[in-house]
Design a protein around this ligand. Structure first.
Ligand SMILES: Cc1cc2nc3c(=O)[nH]c(=O)nc-3n(C[C@H](O)[C@H](O)[C@H](O)COP(=O)(O)O)c2cc1C
Length: 174
């Protein structure tokens, strides 16, 4: 580091990272696309999510980041169970329907795709690459999102064919 100019300084004097720059950098991350679902006494709910990650295989545990502004956010906490459905390449219409980019909301989103009730009573998608049924073990609010940590209690493996991914704010099949 050049002490005089401060060039290359990596501590103390940095400016906060602007959200747009952060989003631009994150748009370069290749991400799998999922539809995360739940069910309460009010019916089924779901949203498209790329912010899904494995936490551990012992015991099988994953996390999902859910924007608290999503209509169904309270339902996910209340239900205490959810399913993470990993989309196949041919399931882009589901990513759109559950992605908040159309006027379709709530239960009516489930008109797209074929759904059945899983072991935990949550909506599981036919033809998904894999579906993970989870029991909510922790929900922590961080910034704008609820981080939902789920213990995986059932896994359904679908066809191991082309998968849907998201990169550069666009869908691609990998
Ligand atoms: C490709 C894609 C990935 C998304 N990933 C996430 C995500 O990881 N977490 C999240 O909270 N919202 C994510 N969203 C946005 C939600 O799907 C969207 O806000 C939600 O469906 C809106 O639901 P509502 O109309 O019921 O409020 C994503 C949307 C798209 C299209």
């Amino acid at each position: 580091m050049d002490e005089a100019s401060g060039q290359g300084a990596n501590h103390g004097t940095e400016r906060p990272v602007e959200a747009g720059l952060y989003r631009e950098a994150m748009s370069r991350l290749v991400a799998a696309v999922h539809v995360v679902t739940t069910r309460t006494e009010e019916g089924r709910a779901g949203f498209t999510a790329t912010a899904v990650a494995s936490v551990s295989d012992t015991p099988p545990t994953l996390l999902v980041c859910l924007n608290r502004r999503i209509h169904s956010a309270p339902a996910f906490r209340r239900a205490g169970v959810f399913a993470v459905n990993m989309l196949a390449g041919e399931q882009q219409a589901l990513a759109q329907a559950f992605g908040g980019r159309t006027a379709v909301t709530g239960e009516t989103r489930f008109a797209v795709g074929q759904w059945h009730e899983g072991r935990l009573g949550v909506p599981v998608l036919a033809g998904a690459v894999a579906s993970f049924e989870c029991r909510l073990v922790e929900a922590r609010t961080i910034a704008t999102h609820d981080v939902l940590v789920g213990r995986v209690e059932a896994v359904t493996l679908g066809p191991d064919g082309p998968k849907l991914a998201y990169l550069g704010r666009d869908f691609l099949v990998v």
